[in-house]
Design a protein around this ligand. Structure first.
Ligand code: NAD
Ligand code: UDP
Length: 337
């Protein structure tokens, strides 16, 4: 049985992945500094799996505690979710982002190397494609950074590539996520953003629950089928399962591999509103406002490489994502509070 350290494992994607890991028979150790999550998510995962999951409140910048984790557990690999992810905040506080995300990852890799743990799955993002010229986007498309958050993702991708070039005993999976949404079907775990959500789906669910008055649709003059921005929304459970497949791939010693994790389908903001209304029989009041600066018009994945090489596909459709997001929101109107 393999033991996997999950950094950022109490967070949104982390908690769903821990659940899928445990259900797939992995031994899991979770570390997080709880800067953007609560241990309640892990207690819910324990409730769902009936298994105790060791948790350590550790910051990636605290190398001593990090080192101790690798001494205390016989680890086979790491899934590395821990990081800050708010684009706007990264523009205001770039150094904070560089230190937390980049220095944190360098610390992690140094300690992994010291302990001979050289299998890592990294949470990258479709943001590395910037405003893509071609859709669907293949992994070979040009990459760029359009804000400090994106630059941390791209820089970490380069660091991991160079690390592999220097030492071929590493196995690295760079997973470029498209837009993760939804929640586990139980409604016990889900996305619990701090403050007013920046992302579309949690904003929609908070409008639906009456916490926010109406959705602002950012721009209706894009060259898309209805003028609103198009994204590739992926159910967080499909995304979580992609990590299990990536771990299996690492067991074949592939070196460094990069995969898009998306559905391959583009949905506009209005498509999301319609799907949500239909799935949940709720009206979502909205108003059209100006474009949000920095937003791409269209961004959706070509997931065929992951489909073929990982034997993985995102199967849950947009209505299921909307249903599960709403189920989580109604059962937990205040998140994990
Ligand atoms: P999240 O904020 O819910 O989870 C990240 C976790 O990392 C949090 O629990 C936070 O407390 C922890 N963390 C942050 N800095 C840390 C540090 N220095 N030491 C220890 N723990 C630390 O976010 P998420 O949505 O679950 O995202 C997980 C990863 O996936 C992130 O790296 C994010 O950048 C990436 N990603 C997310 C999305 C998305 O839309 N949610 C899209 C693409 C990529
Ligand atoms: N969006 C919107 N209103 C909001 C939040 C987002 O219209 O309150 C749009 C945004 O312009 C983009 C899509 O929804 O076209 C997805 O945005 P999100 O922030 O969820 O993800 P992004 O792809 O920007 O990372």
């Amino acid at each position: 049985m393999q033991t996997i350290l999950v950094t950022g494992g109490t967070g949104f994607i982390g908690s769903h992945t821990v659940l899928e890991l445990v259900n797939s028979g992995f031994q899991v150790v979770v570390m997080d500094n709880l800067s953007n999550s609560k241990t309640a998510s892990l207690l819910r995962v324990e409730e769902l799996t009936g298994k105790k999951i060791p948790f350590h409140k550790v910051d990636l910048l605290d190398t001593q505690s990090l080192d101790k984790l690798f001494t205390d557990y016989d680890l086979d690999g790491v899934i590395h979710f821990a990081g800050l992810k708010a684009v706007g905040e990264s523009v205001e506080k770039p150094l904070y982002y560089y230190k937390n995300n980049i220095s944190g990852t360098v610390n992690l890799c140094e300690i992994m190397s010291k302990h001979g743990v050289k299998n890592i799955v990294f949470s990258s993002s479709a943001t590395v494609y910037g405003d893509p010229e071609i859709n669907p986007i293949p992994e070979t498309a040009p990459v760029t950074a359009v804000n400090p958050y994106g630059r941390t993702k791209l820089t970490i991708e380069y660091i991991l590539k160079e690390l592999y070039e220097s030492d071929h005993s590493w196995n690295v999976a760079l997973l470029r996520y498209f837009n993760p949404v939804g929640a586990h079907e139980s409604g016990l775990i889900g996305e619990d953003p701090t403050g007013t959500p920046n992302n579309l789906m949690p904003f929609v669910t908070q409008v639906a629950v009456g916490k926010l008055e109406k959705l602002r649709v950012f721009g209706s003059d894009y060259t898309t089928h209805d003028g609103t921005g198009v994204r590739d929304y992926i159910h967080v459970i499909d995304l979580a399962i992609g990590h299990i497949k990536a771990l299996e791939k690492l067991n074949t010693n592939p070196g460094i591999v990069t995969y898009n994790l998306g559905t391959g389908k583009g949905s506009s903001v209005l498509d999301v509103i319609t799907a949500f209304e239909k799935a949940n029989d709720i009206n979502i009041p909205y108003t059209i406002v100006d474009r949000r600066p920095g937003d791409a018009a269209v961004c959706y994945a070509d997931p065929s490489k992951a489909n073929k090489e990982l034997n993985w596909a995102a199967n849950r459709d947009l209505q299921t994502m909307c249903r599960d997001a709403w189920n989580w929101q109604t059962k937990n109107p205040k998140g994990y509070e």
